[in-house]
Design a protein around this ligand. Structure first.
Ligand SMILES: Nc1ncnc2c1ncn2[C@@H]1O[C@H](COP(=O)(O)OP(=O)(O)OP(=O)(O)O)[C@@H](O)[C@H]1O
Ligand SMILES: [Mg+2]
Length: 457
């Protein structure tokens, strides 16, 4: 762990020099101060990450220096040193945020050990903070685009439910509509924000593993269980557990999850003690759970239990006002990531983007923007940059009526009727067979086969 800055503060020059020599060997960047005043000055100038601070200093005392540094920054680690143990001073310095207290004389090896441990704590603390900050930044409500009226309603409901600490939320929406994003925004906006959010993708984990992942197990619960394992439900204690793709959970596990929800407790596999947990559940699915309950794939009682606050995210094609703002957000974010300088979307490109029905929703839009930015270095997203499925997309015309196909009084056979109707549709789409197939709701090859069969008859 090199290039960590350490400031040593002591009024005894001999001590200063000894410590400096010993620590410089360790590859730390060492600086020294022989009074409290100099220490504060040095701290402000160099912002060392660690300070070795003698308690007894002429002028400003060590405790006072500690207090002032902690007023400026919470981060630096301060280790106090003193020639005699004054218990109350030690207690007071700990209260002021000192990391440790060393009694002089101490062995250099002990000091080095304490420093190493302190720096590990520090880098861990920074990593946890950075992670939390970056997650919060990525999932905060301010980043979620909602220009359309229906999306605005979803967001305002989501914000309200975020504050309701324990309320279960069920997110429903097609693939790529932003369910995960919303689940995390709710968590990071809730009173549980500083606690973990545990994600469980029910579709990705096989059933038998999912059970042990969820509940954990005791040593010896089954052949491979050598050590106790803490389950995800327990890890989420105090925080949020996010069940993604809940529609894919097996009926067996659904029954077990229902019990957890009803009792707020469960047991590890092979364990006898019930474990109480305080968790908020957010579940998401892109399958229609009402239908799944009708067909027996999802337990109705669990469905009602989860569906306390339903949030239904509309597909992108039903909120066209969001499309261009989303595209611009992704351009802005990906400009940074891919070092591009796109500024706008051309009129023609925007028109095509708006007309396209986005079956893969927001994720598809983001992917396409990413593809364009990585392939072309330009200032404007142009029509020619768009993939062919968007360039060639034409709105499917309404299927024509049957009225003039069926002549009054002479009822045709089904075969004749089909032929006449297909011809009518072909005429309506300018003989474009793939488009006709779309209107007719059949596969282009079966349309082709039908047309072929007329020729042979
Ligand atoms: N309203 C929005 N504003 C900004 N970004 C969004 C919005 N909706 C979705 N996104 C982005 O689109 C991508 C897909 O969203 P997300 O992964 O949350 O979708 P999902 O519904 O969970 O999809 P799936 O069902 O396929 O898992 C992510 O990059 C997300 O950040
Ligand atoms: Mg998802």
């Amino acid at each position: 762990m090199s290039s960590f800055g350490i400031l040593i503060v002591d009024d005894e020059i001999l001590t200063l020099n000894n410590l400096k020599k010993a620590l410089a060997k360790e590859d730390y960047e060492v600086m020294v101060a022989d009074s409290g005043e100099t220490a504060l000055e040095m701290y402000n100038r160099y912002k060392p990450q660690l300070i070795l601070l003698d308690l007894m200093l002429p002028g400003i005392s060590g405790l006072e220096v500690l207090r002032r540094i902690k007023e400026i920054d919470r981060e630096p680690i301060v280790i106090m040193m003193s020639a005699y143990e004054i218990l109350e001073k030690a207690v007071e310095s700990m209260k002021l945020g000192a990391y440790d207290y060393l009694l002089k004389p101490f062995k250099i090896s002990d000091l080095k050990h304490t420093i190493r441990r302190a720096l590990e704590t520090l880098s861990l603390r920074i990593r946890v903070l950075e992670h939390l900050e970056s997650e919060k930044g990525r999932y905060y409500f301010g980043r979620i685009i909602a220009e359309s009226r229906n999306m605005k309603e979803v967001i305002s409901l989501a914000k309200r439910v975020a504050g309701a600490d324990r309320t279960t939320v069920l997110l429903q929406g097609e693939s790529g509509t932003g369910k995960e994003l919303l689940a995390k925004a709710i968590h990071y906006h809730s009173p549980r924000a500083e606690k973990p959010i545990v994600e469980i993708n029910c579709a990705a984990i096989p059933e038998n593993l999912l059970e042990s992942e969820l509940f954990g197990y005791e040593a010896g619960a089954f052949t491979d269980a050598r050590k106790r394992k803490i389950g995800l439900l327990e890890r989420g204690d105090g925080g949020t557990v996010f069940f993604d793709e809940i529609g894919d959970m097996s009926l067996n596990l659904q029954a077990k999850l229902l019990r957890v929800l009803e009792e707020s407790s469960f047991g590890r596999l092979g364990g006898t003690q019930p474990i109480r947990v305080d968790i908020r559940i957010i579940a998401a699915t892109n399958t229609d759970l009402t239908k799944a309950t009708e067909s027996g794939k999802f337990r109705p009682d669990l469905y009602y239990r989860l569906n306390v606050v339903p949030l239904i995210i509309p597909p992108l094609r039903e909120r066209k006002e969001d499309i261009l703002p989303l595209a611009l957000l992704f351009i802005q974010e990906l400009n940074q990531e891919l070092r591009r300088a796109y500024k706008s979307i051309s009129q023609e490109a925007a028109k095509a983007i708006l007309a396209y029905p986005w079956p893969g929703n927001v994720r598809e839009l983001r992917n396409i923007i990413e593809r364009i930015l990585s392939l072309y270095s330009d200032e404007e997203v142009r029509f020619t940059h768009l993939p062919s499925e968007i360039r060639d997309y034409r709105e499917v015309p309404e299927a024509p009526g049957l009225e003039d196909v069926v002549a009054v009084g002479s009822l045709p056979t089904l075969e004749k009727l089909e032929k006449a109707y297909i011809k009518k549709v072909l005429a309506a789409v300018g003989q474009n067979r793939s488009q006709a197939a779309r209107v007719l709701g059949i596969h282009p090859t079966s349309l082709f086969r039908k047309i072929k069969s007329w020729e042979t008859h």
